[in-house]
Design a protein around this ligand. Sequence first.
Ligand code: SAM
Length: 225
Amino acid sequence: MNRYESTSAWRDVDDYFIEALVSEDEALVAARESGATTTMPNAEVAANHGALLGLLVQIAGAKRVLEFGTLAGYSTIWFARAVGDDGNVITLELEEQNAAIARENIARAEVQDRVEVRVGPAADSARELIDSGAPPFDLVFIDADKPSNPRYLEAALELTRSGAIIVIDNVVRDGAVVQPDTNDARVHGVREVVDDISRNPGLEATALQTVGLKGWDGLIIARRK
Ligand code: SAM
């Protein structure tokens, strides 16, 4: 059985666990469904992954979250709810169209008081945060254009302190991460960021493969020592 043949089983299992364990209210459902109207349809994390992100925030006691790649604000809402009303989330998005959709979703979820959507190339927005001396973030989620992963990790290291968590999404890409002859810049962005993490003695990290509603993919979870 290859990975494509098992896709419907993966979906069934995700559906089972999401129905049993993950509480999505109307605002989260609306945000997820509105992903279809963005410039990158259906690229939001699955509900069980959103819940994982929220749990990571709470396990780490994170109060300040920085997100690279907002889309319709689905993961942003998970973060905003997890940081609580005394926390805050800054999320960076290239496309004004997506940012507008995200702001609507964030308002519907009633977390607009703690979320800022910054529009523009995320590398520039992150540079502005660094230059303005932004207080350190406790958790950074890297989920924008994959070729820029190494730059985003570099920025995340400037914007966090010891103990911070850095999560990088979509690092498996149907197994392409280990296919030798690929010209896919997104895969190269993953491999370069893996190399950067492995060479950085200030980081401890692991990567997990995932299967489910979003196919075969995975994420890196790193922690600053
Ligand atoms: N984190 C979102 C979620 O799970 O709900 C999904 C983000 S989607 C995978 C990637 C997003 O990154 C898209 O909205 C895309 O427009 C945005 N993006 C792409 N290139 C970017 C860049 N250079 N700077 C900022 N955002 C970018």
